[in-house]
Design a protein around this ligand. Structure first.
Ligand code: BV8
Ligand code: ZN
Length: 261
């Protein structure tokens, strides 16, 4: 346990807030999967064939170089499928029963929250575990689509459809699934606690959920070894890895919520 997370010393106000928190929201990013061995989106090691992720995760890249983008997602899917949820993912499953109302909003596409057992979950940016036809919307498991066609996006194959499969993720410049975004925005607008964990808080509209919670007067906790644009405004910053900080925070929340009053 680092100094930052030795039994967490929370100030009185935050302890009271954690004790009374009825509606909690967690916004998670790629940093949560770091301790499962997956590179973050912008961190070191993220390059692929000397291309930056932001340049590959776009419709333009897919239509310009479909094979390269397809192979990048096949590689990311294989790494995600080989990874296991870590203590950070497991702590967030526990939080579902710690608060009367809880929602985990993830930007991650690695499916590790789902595999850890999170149920109260909204995935804003889709999943690398599925492929979807870019014409008719037909879905199939990424494992199957990659097995059928490891190097190029496979044709859809549905009668009369000339489309081809693409990863079922939201690319830059694409709208997020409306229902998922609406559910996340409503939760952030009505929460009394928001914990942002493992995200650089640079990508919108996801990062805007932190702003919404701050404007709402919710208590906001940030878990990230590095500062983010929201660091100066949050009520508590835990500059520690999620796999260490979230279990410590779980203990603190359970301690606060077992106190009378
Ligand atoms: C949209 C899926 C409406 C794909 C992703 C110009 C033109 C078009 C759009 C824009 C534009 N300018 C701005 C925009 C909006 C744009 C945007 O926000 N751009 C940013 C970069 C400025 N957003 C969009 O395009 C969104 N759509 O706005 O639609 C629209 C439509 C048309 C025109 C205009 C607007 C769509 C955004 C979704 C993009 N898809 N992912 C894929 O994954 O391949 S987002 C991508 O970034 C990742 O998937 C991830 O989900 C997301 C956020 O990244 P993070 O999770 O935060 O990861 P990152 O590596 O950045 O940070 C990791 C953090 O972890 C670090 O801070 C690190 O310190 C920390 N960390 C490291 N180790 C640990 C740790 N933390 C804890 N523990 C550890 N051990
Ligand atoms: Zn199709």
């Amino acid at each position: 346990m680092s100094a930052t997370t030795d039994p967490l010393r929370l100030d009185e106000d935050l302890q009271a807030r954690l004790r009374r928190a009825a509606r909690a929201v967690v916004l998670s990013g790629a940093g949560v999967s770091r301790e499962s061995g997956l590179d973050t989106f912008r961190g070191a090691g993220g390059l692929w064939e000397n291309q930056r992720p932001e340049d590959l995760a776009t419709p333009e890249a897919f239509y310009r170089a479909p094979g390269q983008v397809w192979r990048w997602y096949a590689w990311r899917y294989a790494r995600a499928a080989a990874a296991a949820p870590n203590p950070a993912h497991l702590a967030l499953v526990r939080w579902e029963s710690l608060f009367p109302s809880f929602l985990l909003v993830t930007q991650n596409v690695d499916d590790l929250h789902q595999r850890a057992g999170s149920r109260r979950l909204v995935a804003l940016h889709g999943t690398v575990a599925a492929a979807v036809c870019d014409a008719c919307g037909r879905r199939r498991a990424m494992a199957e689509a990659v097995a059928a066609s490891p190097d190029e996006p496979p044709a859809c194959g549905a009668a009369g459809c000339g489309g081809r499969f693409r990863p079922a993720v939201v690319w830059f410049g694409e709208n997020l699934p409306a229902a998922a975004l609406a559910q996340a925005a409503e939760a952030a607008a009505s929460c009394d606690l928001l914990v942002s964990v493992g995200t650089s808080s640079l990508v919108y509209p996801a990062a805007g959920l932190i702003e919404t919670a701050l404007r709402r007067g919710a208590r906001v906790i940030e878990v990230n070894p590095e500062p983010t644009p929201f660091s100066p405004r949050v009520h508590l910053r835990l500059a520690a890895p999620a796999g260490e900080a979230l279990p410590a925070l779980t203990e603190a929340i359970e301690r606060c919520r077992s106190m009378p009053g």
